[in-house]
Write a protein that binds this ligand. Structure first.
Ligand code: ATP
Length: 279
């Protein structure tokens, strides 16, 4: 599990994290949601030892991220936003290097590489050069690589950014599968549907602070159940309702056109922060 206490990060005059407190229990799929610059990547970079904290503490499965850095590092796998594979090496060579870095024996690496490639449906591309793979395949390969050393925690920083809707859904299915096998997953995203579909709990992050943490359904219920979007003096206005009847009553007799729809997490974020997550 992940425990974070009063975590702060300053980059010169910029406050990227302004006192984060968080506990993600083992086996949870936790989504960290916020607009560009909210501090999502900074949190992951600190937890994974890529950036030093300015203040506060954090532990991964009980190991302090800096004071017990080596032990903490063995606990997690990391999938970054950018695809940082070696394009000139084959699929299995990329995973093999990773296994070596984690001190895995040759036989252990062979077994785990085959298992992970089968798992992400790339076993028949084992000998292909990475540069010959599609974007979606490369993303699946980065997830396989992060899982080669059997980590208990998987950090996914915007795992589906830049992928089309069909491939994104395939990656979602894979993430769910990984969770089912018992892995704790910490996911950052600014795709609302991704958090809605995948997450057990969601944190809304804004300007380096957590605004709220809750289950996606509970967050949406705080806002309402139905939403009506309507143009008002040239601006889109959204009104929220607890029941369909209330929404119907609101539009009865109105001449302006409107859209009636279900409330989503974007609405919740907007009503709590006054901002949109999507950019
Ligand atoms: P995005 O959705 O765009 O990835 P994010 O929520 O991951 O955004 P961060 O990348 O964590 O946000 O950035 C948080 C803040 O810290 C931003 O104001 C950003 O400009 C700043 N920041 C991040 N990295 C650095 C750095 N190396 N040097 C200076 N400022 C930085």
């Amino acid at each position: 599990m992940i425990r974070i206490e009063r975590l702060k990060k300053n980059y010169g005059a910029i406050t990227a994290l302004d006192g984060i407190d968080l506990h993600v229990p083992a086996g949870e799929l936790f989504a960290y949601l916020g607009p560009n610059g909210a501090g999502k990547t900074t949190t992951i970079r600190i937890l994974t030892g890529l950036t030093r904290r300015s203040a506060g503490d954090a532990w991964l499965n009980g190991f302090h991220i800096e004071k017990e850095g080596l032990k903490a590092k063995k606990r997690f796998g990391l999938v970054m936003q950018s695809i940082n594979l070696d394009q000139e090496l084959t699929v299995s060579e990329n995973l093999d290097i990773h296994g070596r870095l984690f001190g895995m024996s040759t036989s252990e690496r062979r077994r785990k590489i085959d298992q992970m490639l089968a798992y992400v449906d790339l076993i028949d591309r084992k000998k292909s050069l990475v540069k010959q793979l599609s974007g979606g395949m490369k993303r699946r390969l980065t997830i396989a690589r992060a899982m080669v050393h059997s980590p208990e925690i998987l950090f996914l920083d915007e795992p589906t950014v830049g992928l089309d809707a069909a491939i994104r859904r395939r990656i979602w299915a894979l993430i769910k599968e990984i969770q089912k096998k018992g892995t704790t997953i910490f996911l950052t995203t600014h795709y609302i549907e991704e958090a809605e579909f995948l997450a057990d709990r969601v944190a809304f992050l804004d300007k380096g602070r957590i605004v709220v943490i809750d289950k996606p359904r509970s967050l949406m219920a705080r806002t309402g159940t139905w939403a009506i979007d309507q143009m008002d003096k040239g601006n889109m206005k959204t009104v929220y309702f607890r029941t369909r009847q209330e929404a119907d009553a609101f539009v009865t007799g109105q001449k302006e056109s409107y859209t009636l729809r279900r409330v989503n997490l974007e609405d919740s974020f907007l009503s709590l922060t006054g901002k949109k997550v999507k950019c």
